[in-house]
Design a protein around this ligand. Structure first.
Ligand code: GLU
Length: 475
């Protein structure tokens, strides 16, 4: 079998969105599943949409996620260069080749003329298609115009009748009417290729066997296929991926807070977890298992199991997957993804390193991403806590008040503030108040933390410190 070659072909137009990253992951997994090559190609021919720094975001995101290209701008390869703006001569060469082959033509129409045609089409409420005004210019006319310095584009001659049919691995047979196809521009008057042209030339020249990308390209694919046909080239296998949508089924966009990978990363999501979660957006394994390392994904990733239904980007599920990976971190690793957020929000100047690490440690199993440390620990940094309905109700039942009074009396007399002595006070309270379990712990927890759930109670009390604890209990 031919070597499988897939590519991730982002345009450097902004932060790398999770939808884009999902395409990269699928392209990577398909290549690696078949022992093939994963190629990174930067599609930067639209210089007006280029965003400063976007290429670095692409490299960093791929590196952090372990999607290391076999060939690409950083490490080169036999098919380079891998940045489209460095390949302009190739697009020019191939566009002119198509003219020689009688499959494309020079078009000298001015912007004004095209504007007029567009306005006419709009007035008649028909879609605007170029009218082939320049299609039959003679060799002499063309030469003369070029000698006069007239600007031209190169347009491909598209079929005007019949149907374009192709097969997509996910969406099945796709059919389009040729009469809707315009003689597409391949090369612009400034010598730059159009996006659609460069994309096809490169996929062919780079021997790409499987084109994996978002489904917004399903309708452009017939145009691409006519290019392959015009050159007599073999077409790749198409794998269009379902759209990533929000809960309201609208396309996920930058509006959605953390929809860029770097935002997620900076909020303390782990790249392995993000990759794991995104791999499940539009794909599912044969089993019900949902936690996979990259290595495991490579093994089980079967592209025929990609589903065409829109994939909902579910933050709750992402958090669930991420918390799974957070639990496996060492304390040092956990500190690394949480401490910057604590520092940013709270004044830690009077806290020891040991105290901070201990605080982070007791929340190890309670947070699903690094930044969440801020909200769960706020009870350690605010002066007063307020009790909600549920807490108040609990405090007004059974022996809750008796428990709190008893505990207060024991805890305020502790001379050496240690966890052991705090546990001792809880035990004494247990005997004195004659209650145990929930009825013992809950009133104390509520009064010191303002919450009904949280990490280990003795640790919580220890870290709050005697002053804060006795102050809260006495209220
Ligand atoms: N450059 C395109 C994008 O960023 C990729 C299209 C493709 O993969 O063919 O959306």
């Amino acid at each position: 079998m031919m070597e499988v070659r897939t590519r991730f072909a982002p345009s450097p137009t902004g932060f790398m969105h999770v939808g884009n990253l999902r395409s990269a992951i699928f392209a990577y997994l398909i290549a690696k599943h078949y022992n093939g090559k994963f190629i990174l190609r930067i599609e930067d021919t639209d210089q007006t949409r280029k965003v400063e720094g976007a290429i670095d975001f692409i490299y960093n995101t791929c590196n952090l996620c372990g999607l290391i290209p076999d060939e690409g701008p950083s490490n080169g390869g036999a098919y380079g260069p891998y940045i489209q703006s460095e390949r302009l001569h190739l697009y020019q060469e191939y566009a002119h080749k198509l003219v020689e082959m009688g499959q494309a033509y020079y078009c000298f129409c001015t912007e004004e003329r095209l504007e007029e045609l567009r306005a006419k089409a709009e007035a008649n409420k028909v879609p605007f298609l170029y009218d082939r005004h320049c299609k039959n210019l003679s060799k002499e006319e063309i030469e003369q115009k070029i000698n006069n310095g007239e600007k031209y584009v190169i347009r491909q001659i598209m079929p005007k009748t019949g149907l374009s049919v192709y097969n997509d691995l996910v969406y099945g047979e796709m059919t389009f009417e040729n009469k809707l196809l315009e003689d597409q521009i391949l090369l612009k008057s400034d010598g730059y290729p159009t996006y659609n042209f460069a994309n096809v030339i490169d996929d062919h020249l780079m021997d790409i066997t499987h084109v994996i990308r978002g489904n917004e390209y399903l309708t452009s694919t017939p145009k691409y296929n006519h290019l392959y046909d015009a050159f007599g080239w073999e077409k790749p296998i198409y794998i269009h991926l379902p759209m990533v949508v929000d809960y309201d089924l609208k396309k996920l966009s930058k509006r959605h807070g953390a929809a860029s990978f770097m935002d997620l990363y900076n909020n303390g999501y782990l790249p392995e977890a993000v990759v794991n979660y995104l791999s499940l957006l539009g794909w599912s394994p044969e089993t019900t298992e949902e936690i996979f390392s990259l290595e495991e994904l490579i093994k089980v990733f079967d592209p025929s199991r990609i589903n065409k239904a829109p994939a909902v980007y579910d933050v709750k599920k992402l958090n669930w997957v991420n918390s799974h990976y957070i639990k496996k971190l060492s304390l040092d690793e956990l500190v690394k993804i949480t401490l910057p957020h604590l520092k940013e929000t709270y004044d830690l100047s009077d806290k020891s390193n040991e105290w901070i690490r201990h605080l982070i440690e007791i929340y190890h199993n309670h947070i699903s991403y690094g930044k969440e440390i801020v909200e769960v620990t706020d009870l350690f940094f605010k002066k007063d806590i307020t009790l909600d309905e549920e807490c108040l109700e609990f405090m007004n039942t059974g022996d809750s008040r008796k428990v709190v009074n008893s505990f207060y009396n024991h805890v305020k007399n502790i001379t050496d503030w240690t966890i052991e002595n705090i546990v001792d006070s809880i035990n004494k309270t247990k005997e004195e108040a004659g209650v145990k379990g929930k009825n013992l712990y809950m009133p104390i927890r509520i009064m010191v933390s303002g919450q009904m759930h949280g990490p280990e109670l003795p640790d919580t009390i220890y870290l709050l410190g005697r002053d804060a604890v006795t102050d809260r209990l006495s209220k």
